[in-house]
Design a protein around this ligand. Structure first.
Ligand SMILES: *Cc1c(COP(=O)(O)O)cnc(C)c1O
Length: 351
């Protein structure tokens, strides 16, 4: 792969105040698609792209992305968590949006090279990581509505701090009754740009009411739980862990799958099923809604302390993180950071 190193490295940010997705490393990977094939990828200095104002993605949103993390331990060993699964999912998103697929194995190798070029940007403090954002956009300069013929794939890297600077805090979530994230047959299963644009208004209204996120319900009946913002949802009903089944409108999260695999390997009761808001209310009233939490790459596991249902705050587990939630957070981050043995084959070495 051709690598062009930057002539001028950027000043590093304060690694104790990284936040999420605010700083980017010195290099990026780019790879263009034209005449029916991908060109060779290149690592180049991080910088702006110039796009014609008529570029497809700017008008019709033909764009997809991924999100995963790399970790560096005190001995300088660098690992990634389930990168093959991210690029496989990216290929499924690509097919849904009429975009070309990529070679998953080669892409993981190229990504390793990019990470090594910017190795000094990987933070090592507890709960920090290097967030990796692969993206693909249609680059044809034309206003006709049809799939592009040219694409740009790129990967940018961002050192990120702990999602919870003050420790794991339960979140307050508003159950959204009016707006929906994705209908059946829509693009809910794909990690595509438009899904996020469509979610902003409800999120903004919820934020103004004092809730951090929106819990989306199904688009037909507004009755069944789908997911939250960029997280899949789990409920613990009377000791049984339940998550909405992947019906087509829900993003198949890799953290979700990891949670299910961990629980199943230990013989814990888990179910992928339909979960109605009525069931949540009834279980809560019966004192059997033990815990609720979200799962996603950014936060890993996020306890839910309040669910606002039809204007009423339902407090879960006294607004405290429950035992299964905290067990899963410890187990997953333990595998990711190398504190625990990876018996699932999820951790991929970079150096
Ligand atoms: C990315 C994402 C998730 C979480 O997926 P992970 O692979 O666990 O990070 C959940 N929901 C939506 C809508 C997402 O975009």
């Amino acid at each position: 792969m051709k690598i062009t190193l930057t002539q001028q490295k950027k000043a590093k940010p304060d690694f104790t105040k990284l936040g999420f997705g605010k700083y980017f490393t010195d290099h990026m990977l780019i790879m263009d698609y034209k005449d029916g094939a991908w060109c060779e990828p290149e690592i180049v200095p991080y910088g702006s792209f110039s796009l014609d104002p008529s570029t497809c993605v700017l008008h019709y949103g033909q764009g997809i992305f991924e999100g995963l993390k790399a970790y560096k331990n005190a001995e300088g060993k660098i690992t990634m968590f389930r990168p093959y699964d991210n690029f496989k999912r990216m290929n499924r998103s690509a097919e849904r949006l009429c975009m070309p697929t990529i070679d998953v194995d080669k892409m993981v190798e190229w990504l390793k090279e990019l990470i090594l070029v910017d190795e000094e940007w990987i933070p090592t403090a507890p709960s920090t990581a290097l967030y990796i954002r692969p993206t693909m956009v249609a680059t044809d300069a034309m206003l006709g509505v049809h799939p592009g013929h040219t694409y740009r794939f790129f990967i940018i890297l961002s050192p990120v701090g702990s999602y919870y600077p003050n420790g794991l805090q339960p979140t307050k979530i508003l159950v959204e009754k009016e707006y929906v994230r994705a209908p059946l047959g829509g693009t809910g299963e794909a990690k595509c740009m438009g899904n996020y644009a469509a979610s902003l208004l409800a999120g903004d209204i919820a934020n103004k009411k004092g809730y951090e996120q929106v819990l989306w319900l199904d688009s037909n009946e507004h009755k069944y739980v789908e997911e939250v913002g960029a997280m899949n949802m789990f409920f613990v009903f009377d000791g049984v862990v339940k998550t909405p089944a992947l019906v087509g409108s829900i993003l198949p999260g890799i953290t979700r799958d990891s949670v299910l695999q961990i629980l199943r390997a230990e013989g814990k009761p888990v179910e992928e099923c339909r979960i109605s808001v009525d069931e949540i209310v009834a279980m809560n009233e019966a004192g059997k809604l033990d815990e609720a939490f979200g799962s996603g790459t950014a936060a890993v596991i996020s306890p839910v302390g309040v669910l606002n249902i039809a204007g009423e705050d339902k407090i879960i587990n006294n607004f405290e993180m429950g035992p299964i939630t905290s067990y899963l957070y410890d187990k997953l981050t333990g595998i990711q950071y190398g504190r625990y043995e990876d018996t699932f084959g999820w951790v991929v070495k970079v150096n």
